[in-house]
Write a protein that binds this ligand. Structure first.
Ligand code: NAD
Length: 410
């Protein structure tokens, strides 16, 4: 395939897909976007840790061939574009990629690059695992009780970005249309936003969640929604989700209601639902009752950050955006421009995202080593400034020295 202005690496083999199975060679080409701001600090550290973990786990039999792709400020400088079409095409073609944070260009008509990548590649599942690492300072008494993975629908809901400003011709026409069809009144000076939630998008995020739950032997999936208020969007999400699980995985699931009616949970995933506001309380008060969570876009956005804060903050929260046969893994924090180029910030989020990527590739041994080594390094209190300032008796390390400490512990 021709990538226009970009040249793929001479060595290495692309990841491919057969049916719904990812075929990962021992020498995969993995495209990466270094990212803006602190991207220069954390991305090289992530690569160093991943290469060392793969080497340790497979003794030279497997090796990643990295391919640096332009996007963000560097692409703007080199190509006059924030997100060159070749970069998107390369990720689509090579199937598995990882990215550092990118600046959201300020100015009318320019989409967030992250949202653009999600939409252009149809990365419909935003997957955010959240767990505590021993020693990380956290605001709750028992951060170890929270261990969840959030499946956030990534393509619709209010995030679709169809909005009409207050006073605009579109808003006026829309209000007229509503008034012609509905008893309720909208104030004439209202801005309007659209919240589409479809059965098909709900079903595909549910499929991602249950596949993961089955693969990891998780005890439950909780559907989080605000269906008591938004019946035909959030309420429909809940109903379609229950129906999907029952229709396609009848012998693998049991609903909470069926349990109350006397059914057994033996060998089955419990499907339950919670209203979004109650779920925020539940995750604080009874975190150990939750495991996989499936939810529409906006709820998922709020929940992911709240959960990350509960176990010690965004500096350590990994994430992935997954579509049909394409996975783009990413740090969940931004570019922290104040610290860019200082070799100071925590590369943990990107390193843990890389571990998710390795699991997605089926390289579980390397992923497991990264988790263990990172956990050990933090337990030894050898950490970057963000954690050091909250821990007693900790040793302050730079981003790169933290990476080396992880490599020592692999
Ligand atoms: P930010 O995440 O960059 O920073 C928020 C706070 O977290 C800051 O105090 C920062 O110092 C701290 N922080 C972030 N990452 C850290 C790390 N690895 N280690 C230690 N501390 C860390 O959010 P912001 O300031 O709102 O956004 C800055 C830029 O990043 C904006 O242009 C925004 O659009 C962009 N952004 C990009 C992404 C992404 O690429 N996925 C996500 C969020 C924000």
């Amino acid at each position: 395939m021709d990538f226009g202005r970009l040249t793929p690496p001479q060595s290495g083999t692309p990841v491919t897909v057969e049916g719904d199975r990812l075929i990962v060679p021992d020498d995969p080409v993995i495209p990466f976007i270094e990212g803006d701001g602190i991207g220069v600090d954390i991305t090289p550290v992530m690569r160093r840790v991943v290469d060392a973990a793969v080497e340790k786990a497979y003794g030279g039999k497997r090796k990643i061939h990295w391919w640096s792709l332009p996007a963000g400020e560097k692409a703007k400088e080199a190509y006059g574009e924030w997100l060159p079409a070749e970069t998107v095409a390369a990720i689509r073609e090579y199937r598995v990629a990882i990215k550092g944070p990118m600046t959201t260009p300020v100015g009318g008509g320019i989409r967030s690059l992250n949202v653009a990548l999600r939409q252009d590649l149809d990365l419909f599942a935003c997957v955010r695992p959240v767990r505590w690492f021993e020693g990380v300072p956290a605001p709750v008494k028992r951060p170890q009780d929270l261990d969840v993975v959030i499946f956030r629908e990534n393509t619709e809901d209010t995030y679709l970005g169809i909005e009409f400003p207050s006073g605009s011709e579109e808003a006026r026409k829309f209000i007229e249309l509503v008034h012609a069809n509905h008893k309720k009144r909208i104030r004439p000076d209202a801005g309007i936003g659209i919240k589409p939630v479809s059965k098909s998008a709900t079903e595909r995020i549910c499929e991602s969640a249950i596949r993961h739950a089955l693969q990891k032997n998780l005890p439950s999936i909780t559907i989080v929604h605000k269906g008591n208020i938004m019946k035909f969007t959030e309420g429909a999400f809940r109903d379609w989700a229950y129906a999907y699980f029952k229709e396609h995985y009848r012998d693998r699931v049991v609903t909470e209601q069926e349990l109350w009616d006397g059914a057994s949970a033996e060998g089955r995933i419990v499907i339950k639902d919670r209203i979004a506001d109650a779920m925020f309380q539940q995750l604080l008060l009874r975190p150990d009752e939750y495991s996989a969570i499936v939810t529409p876009n906006l709820n998922g956005d709020y929940l992911s950050d709240a959960c990350a804060a509960q176990v010690g903050g965004l500096g350590m929260a990994p994430g992935a955006n997954i579509g049909d046969g394409v996975g783009l893994f990413e740090a969940t924090h931004g570019t922290a421009p104040k610290y860019a180029g200082q070799d100071k910030v925590n590369p943990g989020s990107l390193i843990l995202s890389a571990a998710m990527m390795l699991e997605y590739m089926g390289w579980d041994e390397a992923a497991g080593r990264i988790h263990d080594a990172l956990g050990k390094t933090i337990a030894e209190k050898r950490v970057t400034y963000d954690l050091e300032r909250q821990m007693e008796g900790a040793t302050l390390l730079s981003s790169s020295a933290f990476g080396e400490a992880i490599v020592e512990n692999l």
